[in-house]
Design a protein around this ligand. Structure first.
Ligand code: GAP
Length: 431
């Protein structure tokens, strides 16, 4: 697929200008591989996470949600294999001394920066290390988790003891993960601090193929539902040589980002690797034997979902004098569901009426914006740009017949709806 660098620039600039995503520590020159989410970005992320949680945890009766600590005992990461194997090949330029991930060099063996040769690759462990407590010796070394998964494996026994679930059942978690990426790049695609939404689904070994297929379908269904452009999604069967140390089979769901086709999510069969490393087993009531459950792991990056949604929904309407950029988010994930304005800012009757409508909608939906800046055309454009599906305007007709103008973001069409029907109108379209 063709790279679209212009599109990426437009998305990054829109994100900064309109309050979705800012470079991390910006006023101090930034910090590579970190980004801060502004009000609209937070709302978008929350809507993504809520949709995920609703489908995969609250919407099922075989899933248990957890929120484990980010800092974990280093024994967890020794047992899981991350201390020994969670590394990427690092090369250094012999001339300018810049460092790169070997497999991501633009030209094999050559420095991306100055074109000189790079030295031999060394394995670089990507976990962030820190010290816990007042004593600075090796026993105080801890790691920020590089995946949320282990927080679930180490709580497996707690969940079994508290809830007595029968196989198959799963655990779900949403939370931050940290990786000291050698070359963070492509905006929020590869960062050093990010969020994951992960499921560990525990099964009997003989059922792994059946549940692998089942979770593949579930993942695709969620992607489609949240608004990812499915024509840009591809499945890649990861070759045996490239499998992570814990996996017997992995599918990467790749997405055509503006900078190329890259991994969006993963689905892995982790066998009984993790539970056996942590010495955990399970008493199966059905067969009355102790066994180590096997695991299917669907894993989703929140930040990559944000980027995939931005890429899927960026549009330019070329009908007017200037292109009208807009984000065609589904209403269920749009940071703002609707904006309310009086046609004229300084007309007291219009303003008072609009404030009442705003109050009702805000109480009902939360993600509602008051917008009375500039003329109505400018307001529409501003709301289109942040992906607000509906703009609601109180005008002079409203004062006579209690109907409001509702303008649709994607078609620009307007219709009049009675004030008593407005909540219902939006509810119907939200779902
Ligand atoms: N528990 C399995 C696991 O962590 P992974 O493929 O290494 O597997 C899972 O990561 C997902 O986390 C990826 O598919 C991606 O969506 C996201 N992810 C991984 N590294 C990332 C990074 N540096 N920046 C942003 N997202 C990342």
């Amino acid at each position: 697929m063709e790279k679209d660098e212009k599109l990426m620039e437009k998305i990054i600039s829109l994100c900064k200008r309109r309050g979705f995503i800012y470079p991390g520590s910006d006023i101090y020159g930034g910090l590579a591989g970190t980004y801060d989410y502004g009000p609209l970005g937070v709302s978008l992320k929350n809507n993504i996470k809520n949709s995920w949680w609703k489908k995969f945890v609250d919407g099922r009766n075989d899933m248990y949600g957890v929120d484990a600590a980010i800092i974990m005992n280093s024994s967890v990461w020794k047992a899981s294999g991350h201390v020994d194997t969670f590394s990427d090949p690092l090369v250094e330029c012999v001339k300018c001394k810049r460092r790169f991930r070997e497999d991501q060099l633009k030209e094999k063996g050559k420095c991306d920066e100055c074109g000189s040769l790079v030295g031999e690759a060394k394995q670089f462990n990507m976990m962030f290390q820190t010290q816990i407590g007042a004593v600075e010796d090796s026993s105080a070394t801890v790691y920020l988790r590089p995946e949320t998964a282990q927080g679930m494996f180490v709580n497996f026994k707690n969940i079994v003891d508290s809830f007595h679930p029968k196989l198959p059942f799963g655990m779900g978690q949403i939370g931050k993960a940290f990786r000291n990426e050698i070359t963070p790049r492509d905006f929020i695609f590869r960062v050093r601090e990010f969020e994951q939404m992960e499921i560990e689904y525990f099964i009997k070994e003989e059922d792994w193929q059946k549940y692998f297929e089942y979770w593949r379908d579930e993942m695709l269904e969620w992607m489609d539902g949240v608004g990812i452009d499915m024509e840009k999604v591809y499945e890649l069967e990861v070759s045996t040589d490239d499998l992570a140390h814990y996996s017997k089979r992995t599918i990467d769901f790749e997405f055509d980002f503006p900078f190329g086709r890259k991994e969006l999510y993963g689905l892995a069969y982790r066998t009984d690797f993790d539970l056996s490393r942590h010495n955990i087993n399970y008493q199966d009531e059905e067969s009355n034997v102790k066994l180590i459950p096997h695991v299917i792991e669907p894993t989703f990056g929140v930040d990559r979902t944000v980027l995939a949604l931005l890429s899927s929904s960026y549009r330019e309407d070329l009908k007017g004098e200037e292109p009208r950029p807009y984000l065609s988010f589904k209403p269920s994930v749009a940071p703002v569901i609707c904006a309310v304005s009086p046609l004229l800012k300084n007309k007291a009757e219009l303003r008072e009426y609009a404030e009442k409508i705003y109050g009702i909608l805000k109480a009902e939906f939360g993600r509602v914006m008051w917008d009375d800046n500039g003329n109505i055309g400018k307001r529409y454009r501003r709301q289109d740009e942040i992906g607000t599906p509906w703009c609601i305007v109180v005008d002079f007709d409203t004062l006579g017949d209690d109907t409001l103008t509702i303008r649709d973001r994607d078609t620009g069409e307007q219709e009049r709806v009675h004030k008593d029907k407005i909540v219902e109108y939006i509810k119907e379209r939200l779902n």
